[in-house]
Design a protein around this ligand. Structure first.
Ligand SMILES: CC(C)(COP(=O)(O)OP(=O)(O)OC[C@H]1O[C@@H](n2cnc3c(N)ncnc32)[C@H](O)[C@@H]1OP(=O)(O)O)[C@@H](O)C(=O)NCCC(=O)NCCS
Length: 216
């Protein structure tokens, strides 16, 4: 299946999600890659990763860009030469990008029970409002928090940022679809608007959480 979902968030922000059902060969035949990208693709150990990587190129093409327009900085953060910001995520059989004139980050995660075990590694401030007694909501909320912190990390991309100590996600209810977060790192304080929604496909048993953040 090609494009799974498009979210036109505002005038200059679009989120595109690809459901990866095509084979590696099929995807490879549909994208034009520069030499640097081909080398990176060849070096990937898993074919699922390769297919996700190619699906991102399909999404970029959907938006009228090509692989030639996409660059990476020394930390692996993607960027375009123009005024558009881009952030990328892949999770299992989904790949997603956000493109915006604003400073943005995106993350997509499968909702898994396992997140409960590592919850205290990336939450601290949030434990004031998290309620472990309702297991299903607890998993969903932890996944939103994790996704928000990943998305913010992708925006700021600074060495030494601790999800637990430096990023705070404000209380939210699951059906609200939005919250706020802040990054407190060294002398820097930055605020973010965070949006989240659940993504479900007929081809996969689990539910995913899509999170994207805008720097205020
Ligand atoms: C780099 C990182 C943000 C990637 O996130 P992930 O959930 O593993 O993977 P995703 O599929 O969501 O994102 C991968 C994409 O992020 C982008 N990315 C990689 N490094 C990045 C960086 N430093 N800044 C912004 N974006 C980055 C890339 O586009 C990459 O995909 P691509 O290389 O195929 O284009 C993540 O691995 C990371 O380092 N997180 C911080 C670790 C941390 O502090 N953890 C706390 C544990 S408590």
């Amino acid at each position: 299946m090609p494009l799974f979902q498009t979210i036109q968030f505002n005038e200059t922000t679009k989120i595109l999600i690809w459901e990866i059902t095509e084979s590696f060969e099929e995807l490879l035949g549909k994208v034009v890659l520069k030499e640097k990208t081909k080398k990176r693709l060849d070096g990937m150990k898993s074919q699922m990763h390769q297919r996700a990587f190619l699906s991102v190129r399909m999404l970029i093409q959907e938006m009228g860009f090509t692989d030639k327009d996409l660059h990476y900085d020394e930390f692996g953060k993607p960027y375009f030469d123009c005024h558009n910001h881009i952030s990328i995520t892949h999770s299992y059989h989904f790949a997603a990008i956000i493109i915006s004139h604003e400073t943005v980050g995106i993350d997509m995660e499968l909702q898994r029970e396992k997140i409960i075990r590592i919850g205290d590694k990336f939450t601290d401030y949030e434990s004031e409002y998290l309620d472990p007694s309702s297991k299903e909501d607890y998993i969903k909320k932890l996944t939103v928090i994790w996704g928000a912190k990943e998305a913010i990390f992708k925006i700021r991309n600074e060495k030494g940022i601790s999800f637990k100590d430096h990023i705070k996600v404000k209380n939210f209810s699951l059906n609200e679809g939005q919250t706020e977060a802040s990054l407190h790192f060294d002398v820097l304080v930055k605020d973010f608007n965070v949006h989240y929604e659940e993504i479900k496909s007929d081809n996969f048993e689990g539910k995913f959480t899509l999170v994207y953040a805008f720097e205020k």
